[in-house]
Write a protein that binds this ligand. Structure first.
Ligand code: ADP
Length: 275
């Protein structure tokens, strides 16, 4: 795997905003739901026979909403996020996410879609232990442009891009309050700090949609609250549409809407949410 210079970011002039790197997108009508799922069905063929999770699930999410999904373990919450993020395919139905019909993507298109449009955060941070926090945050940027620099074969432009990517990553570490932890490896960070780094990594490519699967599930109550505060702040400041799977009803109540996934359907959950 490529090794980066952790000092490259500090050599770069100033952490720059990533707007220049944001991929060109079709102008959007913000009245359109950014996510529209119609008639979703999902069946896994297992050794014990067919396991059907969704039978005609419908979901519409408006641009800018922060949606909580709750439900018992095994209800299919993670599977739903995986389908929205093109990590898994529906058995039937239409899934539009970030203006993309995700069920029709080839594996290569799905990878590009995820890299460009989706920020993923899981219960466990899945940071790469041998890389620093700064390098971990820079990974999606480098993955996005690896093919391009490989094609040009221009070593100096590839090195220039790495420096730029590290500078953008440094900016994101600053945004999640960890500017002084860039040279730490994941094992040298607390659980809350690891999840902050994972959030920075999820958002470094300026996706439109954040999918978070129990992002605070492995943290103590106080740290969970702080990480959720950060998610809320990033959601607003970066104009995200966010879907969070959580067991924590207090945190779910802070979302625009909360939905319960049960028996393969989503139903509104009244939690005194913002409305
Ligand atoms: P939740 O996130 O609500 O706990 P999941 O979406 O992880 O639920 O899983 C829902 C059900 O689907 C579980 O019973 C799980 O074992 C099953 N499942 C998930 N992924 C697969 C798979 N790839 N193959 C077979 N069964 C799966």
């Amino acid at each position: 795997m490529t090794q980066f210079s952790p000092t490259a970011a500090s050599q770069a002039s100033r952490p720059m905003r990533d707007s220049a790197l944001r991929p060109e997108r079709e102008p959007q009508n913000t009245d359109d739901p950014i996510i529209r799922v119609t008639g979703l069905e999902k069946t896994y063929n297992t050794a014990r026979g067919a396991l059907t999770l969704f039978r005609g699930l419908d979901l519409e999410i408006e641009t800018g909403a922060m949606i909580a999904i709750v439900g018992q373990s095994g209800a299919g919450k993670s599977t739903l996020l995986h389908i929205l993020g093109a990590l898994d395919a529906p058995t039937a139905g239409t899934v539009i996410c970030a203006s993309t019909d995700v069920a029709t993507l080839t594996p290569r298109q799905a990878a590009a879609f995820r890299n460009r449009e989706i920020g993923y955060v899981w219960q466990f941070h899945y940071l790469l232990p041998e890389f620093t926090a700064l390098e971990n945050v820079a990974m999606p940027l480098l993955a996005r442009d690896r093919a391009k620099s490989g094609v040009s074969g221009d070593r100096s432009s590839s090195l220039g891009w790495k420096r730029e990517a590290l500078a953008i990553a440094a900016n994101w570490l600053h945004e999640v309050g960890l500017e002084d932890r860039g040279s730490h490896r994941p094992g040298e960070l607390s659980g809350g700090e690891q999840q902050r780094v994972a959030l920075a990594r999820a958002l470094v490519n300026s996706p439109r949609v954040l999918l978070a699967d129990e992002p605070t599930g492995d943290l103590d109550e106080i740290t969970a609250g702080r990480v959720f505060d950060l998610v809320e702040r990033l959601h607003v400041t970066h104009g995200l549409t966010s879907i969070l799977v959580t067991h924590n009803l207090d945190l779910a109540a802070r979302c625009t809407r909360a939905l319960r996934l049960e028996s393969g359907r989503l139903t509104p959950l009244a939690l005194g949410a913002k409305g």
